[in-house]
Design a protein around this ligand. Structure first.
Ligand code: RNT
Ligand code: ZN
Length: 417
């Protein structure tokens, strides 16, 4: 009852500022967030042929209870989705396929290896997104994949990525929801390269080979993800921001903006409206770097609010695909999904509740009012609206989700070896 009362008062307060709370909640309910499967098992995957995490990706922590099988991962995801209001998506990596104990190499994967995931997504009303896995593999051990100097190694990864798009298309077709297939590769150098050009020329050629076969954009959209540096690729990354921005614009691909892939003081929020002048659609990897691309759980900080605001204030919700990308192994992994996704949605809600006076003041050149209203908006009662939204969607409001989570930890996670 107090949630309803608080919501009623909050609604009135927002109405005074010309904000329609009902409309904001309707819009929020239509924005899907793609949860990244790899938070559930520290980017491990299910190939079971002895690969360790590569490509400069690092998951630190040893909280007990990580998912060891596809069924465990799906159960954990179901628990997370049950604590997140709205209908969302799942972002799968290729090495989460189900290979029935067989050694199916990356250049042999097929849609059938994802049949269980597709069936499960259908049953749960989820959309699927996809990624080729160009790391944690002997053919990626040199730190190069699609830009490798060796033609056979490039061929291997080209085949993997080609198959990945077909799997994405099969997912899009089976679910009637477009799949976004995102290509990220680790290729780069620890120390100063003598030739920055040749790997980039090879990368462009490999990408063109991957995308050669046209696939209906209704089924699958291709995205490419740049990065400034990585662990082991501190001095040079072949797929830099400029490389992929140029590639995406010239080849009509989606660009993926990962919040951890730039200089620490550089925010992707400002990049959104810049690249959207030239690209019809983009993908976000919402993440949180602490001092480096550390992939901490997304919290409700200024960076996140700015990203959400750019999507909402520019009416980009249909053109910007929102995915999460972080992996924290030091806390309950299901809670990590829940905390990050709820924060993403909360940030979108705050953006949807923005008083129109802020934009109006700017249009009139009244920057004093703009700043004053931006600051006043920070203490508006969005928490009451959020609680109401959760409750109206049958999801625990406030911190109540934690009780359910702790139950799951006791009953399920803590029983895992
Ligand atoms: C790595 C990229 C990439 C990965 C995932 C696992 O820096 O952000 O998106 O995190 O594909
Ligand atoms: Zn990413």
């Amino acid at each position: 009852m107090s949630i309803e009362k608080s919501h009623f008062l909050a609604r009135e307060r927002y109405a005074q500022l010309g904000v329609n709370v009902d409309r904001a909640l309707k819009t929020l309910a239509q924005i899907p967030v793609s949860l990244h499967c790899w938070q559930g098992d520290d980017v491990g995957g299910f190939e079971n042929f002895g690969g360790t995490l590569g490509g400069g990706l690092v998951a630190t922590g040893n909280h007990p209870g990580k998912a060891r099988t596809p069924d465990e991962l799906r159960a954990d995801l179901e628990q997370a989705y049950a604590l997140i209001p709205g209908k969302h998506r799942l972002n799968l990596h290729a090495f989460y396929g189900e290979f029935g104990g067989q050694k199916v190499d990356r250049d042999e994967i097929e849609p059938k290896h994802f049949a269980n995931w597709i069936g499960w997504a259908k049953k749960n009303g989820l959309g699927l997104d996809y990624n080729p896995t160009c790391f944690s593999h002997p053919n990626a051990a040199d730190g190069f994949t699609l830009a490798h100097a060796n033609k056979d190694i490039r061929k291997f990864w080209i085949e993997h990525c080609r198959r990945s798009r077909e799997i994405g298309a099969a997912m899009g077709k089976a679910l009637g929801k477009t799949c976004v297939t995102n290509v990220w590769i680790p290729d780069g150098m620890k120390d100063t390269p003598a030739d920055r050009n040749a790997p980039r020329a090879r990368l462009a050629e490999s990408l063109d080979a991957i995308f050669q076969r046209p696939i209906s954009p209704k089924l699958n959209l291709d995205a490419v993800e740049p990065k400034l540096f990585g662990i082991g690729s501190e001095s040079y990354v072949a797929g830099s921001h400029e490389f992929y921005l140029g590639y995406a614009v010239s080849r009509k691909k989606l660009l993926t903006l990962d919040a951890g892939h730039y200089h620490p003081t550089e925010s992707i929020a400002d990049k959104i409206s810049s690249v959207m002048q030239y690209l019809p659609e983009i993908l976000l990897h919402v993440s949180r770097g602490v001092r480096w691309d550390s992939d901490h759980v997304v919290i409700l900080n200024d960076d996140l609010l700015a990203i959400a605001r750019e999507i909402v204030a520019n009416g980009y919700a249909d053109r910007v695909h929102i995915g999460l990308d972080y992996f924290d192994a030091s806390i309950n992994r299901v809670a990590a999904w829940t905390i990050g996704t709820r924060n993403m949605l909360r940030a979108l809600l705050i953006a949807l509740l923005e008083p129109p006076a802020i934009k109006a003041a700017e249009a009139q050149g009244d920057f004093t009012t703009r700043l004053a209203m931006q600051e006043e908006a920070k203490t508006l009662p969005f928490g009451a609206v959020w609680d109401y939204y959760c409750e109206s969607r049958g999801v625990p409001a406030g911190e109540n989700w934690l009780t359910e989570m702790k139950n799951y930890e006791t009953k399920v996670l803590s029983k895992r070896g």
